[in-house]
Design a binder for this molecule. Structure first.
Ligand code: PEP
Ligand code: MG
Length: 543
């Protein structure tokens, strides 16, 4: 038996035979041509075919992994149409007088290299997408068709890496698990695997592939990230026990749907969900969340090529509110900068982006941008139970400016005769130590606080949350962070404001009891954590 360790991206267990994923990678040769026009025509026909294939994959993905996750294939279709990408292929064919396959392969390498050298992890992950669309285009040029194949038995698919289209093209019913030697947890493949509910471990290293033979027994533990090649009987038994336990837990959790989030001694708490876009609503409802505690509105901006208009934003916010049928929806105003960069904002490069020009600082410096978003939010407020929340607050004057801007927007809408909910709640994120320390002054100004523990931890412990090297120095249960949360809770309640937690710590079940004792009113977590958290709350006695 050989054991390999990677990163579990979906926590479930599988034991089965290995299928080494073979890509019929077309061998691309450089061939000199005279008739460059003919090569350009071949590229166009191949593109049409590739788009047809991607449309079919998109359809399949819509059914299997939902709208948001299927979007990547729409993006692939758009990437195939990208002006720079096509211009590069055309110019290589024309200037070097070479075959289309070669021009696509060189373009693919150049673009993939460009993406992977970018600082931003999201952009780096796009390198795999360029390779994916280019391989498809080459396959269409060489007529080798679609390049995914899985045997008839249920297998554990083992690959160097999987492109998003390969992941979705696999027949879900025949895949027991995915294991890849490489790949990042930020990649769409990892996200898709998570949403397909298939055990998946990535980044186990080349040695894993070297140790494999087609059909050999493999055990995958998506909880620990361990992968066992030719596991011994005892390991198989342990994995099977874990698997049975997972199934039992999942069934039990389903029974919690519709039940209250109440401790054994009667303390109630709201359990809400965090989402990044309209596409997340399905998961919120499927997991029976009581509301949305954090809608990260910046994803609307990140997904656009240009500033989303008031109307576009209004439609998105309205849709979320209507879908939640009167349940509370807290929408956070734009939080970009730091790790979330958007080209069209043309923000300067900074030495310390986390301590830089981000979130509310951008909105207060560019009032038109802020005003547009607030108008869209207030207009949407007529369609449900909205809360508006401001990120990265550090001072009383910032909150005052936000409130003034809200008042101005309300006055404008009233003058225009546009309907909105006058009692829309206004709140702030507590994600800087400054905000927590002056929470006694901030609480009387707002209806609620929501603690962003991801940033609060980063700023309190002076550890950049993007820097993997600092992981040993980040104590997520650090007393300083917990004291700041407790202080904020006391000050919120002393001023009739409610307080929630929407950072990752909200899902940490080892802290649930402590949060309840602090009097936290709401915990907002990723949708799959709603039911486990409900189970935890129902098992606690505070007496
Ligand atoms: C946080 O900082 O905890 C938070 C919820 O915001 P984000 O992770 O989007 O910065
Ligand atoms: Mg934050």
């Amino acid at each position: 038996m050989a054991v390999f360790k990677g990163k579990g991206v979906y926590g479930a267990v599988a034991v089965g035979k290995a299928l080494i994923f073979k890509r019929q990678a077309a061998q691309v040769r450089r061939v000199s041509v005279q008739d460059t026009e003919h090569e350009l025509e071949r590229v166009n026909s191949a593109k049409e075919l590739a788009v047809q294939q991607l449309e079919q994959i998109h359809e399949k993905a819509l059914k299997e992994v939902g709208e948001t996750n299927a979007e990547i294939f729409e993006i692939h279709i758009m990437m195939l149409d990208d002006e720079d990408y096509n211009e590069s292929i055309k110019s290589i064919i024309q200037t070097q007088k070479v075959n289309a396959e070669y021009a696509v392969a060189v373009t693919s390498d150049n673009f993939a290299e460009m993406f992977s050298s970018m600082d931003d992890a999201y952009m780096q992950a796009r390198s795999a997408d360029v390779k994916d669309i280019s391989n498809r285009l080459i396959a269409c040029l060489t007529d080798s068709g679609d390049n995914t194949s899985v045997s008839d038995d249920k297998m554990i698919v083992c690959a160097d890496d999987l492109a998003p289209s390969e992941t979705v093209s696999l027949d879900k019913d025949k895949v027991l698990a995915f294991v890849t030697a490489f790949g990042s947890s930020n990649s769409h493949t990892a996200i898709l695997a998570r949403n397909m509910n298939i055990p998946a471990v990535i980044g186990v290293g080349q040695e894993f592939l070297d140790a494999l033979e087609d059909g050999c027994l493999v055990g995958v533990d998506g909880h620990t990230g361990e992968v066992f090649v030719s596991p011994d009987e005892q390991t198989v038994r342990q994995l099977e026990q874990k698997q049975a336990e997972d199934i039992r837990k999942k069934q039990l959790l389903q029974e919690l749907k519709g039940k209250e989030n109440v401790t054994l001694d009667g303390t109630k708490i709201n359990i809400f969900a965090n989402i990044g876009g309209v596409g997340g609503i399905g998961a919120v409802l499927a997991n029976d969340a009581g509301g949305i505690g954090l809608f990260r509105s910046e994803f609307l901006y990140l997904e656009s090529e240009d500033y989303p208009t008031e109307e576009q934003q209004f439609q998105a916010y309205k849709k979320v509110l209507e879908s939640m049928s009167g349940k509370k929806v807290v929408i956070r105003t734009l939080d970009i900068g730091a790790d979330k960069q958007i080209d069209y904002f043309r923000l300067d490069k900074e030495d310390n982006p986390a301590l830089g020009f981000r979130a509310i600082r951008i909105c207060l410096t560019r009032p038109e941008l802020f005003r547009t978003q607030l108008r869209a939010l207030y207009r949407a407020s007529a369609f449900g139970e909205l809360g508006i929340m401001f990120p990265m607050i550090t001072s009383v004057s910032e909150v005052q400016k936000c409130l003034d801007m809200c008042e101005q927007v309300r006055n404008e809408l009233s003058a225009e005769g546009i309907r909105f909910n006058e009692s829309t709640e206004l709140g702030i994120m507590i994600e800087t130590p400054a905000a927590a320390v002056i929470s006694d002054k901030l609480a009387p100004m707002v209806d609620f606080f929501s603690v962003g523990t991801n940033d609060l931890t980063q700023y309190t412990l002076a550890c950049d949350r993007q820097n993997a090297k600092l992981e040993p120095f980040v104590d997520t249960h650090h007393e300083a962070v917990l004291r700041l949360i407790e202080m904020s809770a006391k000050n919120a309640h002393a001023n009739n404001a409610w307080i929630g937690i929407c950072g990752e710590l909200a899902a940490d079940l080892s802290l649930t009891e402590e949060f309840l004792k602090m009097g936290i009113d709401e915990l907002s977590v990723s949708p799959p954590f709603v039911l486990p958290l409900r189970e935890k709350v129902r098992s606690i006695s505070l007496k």
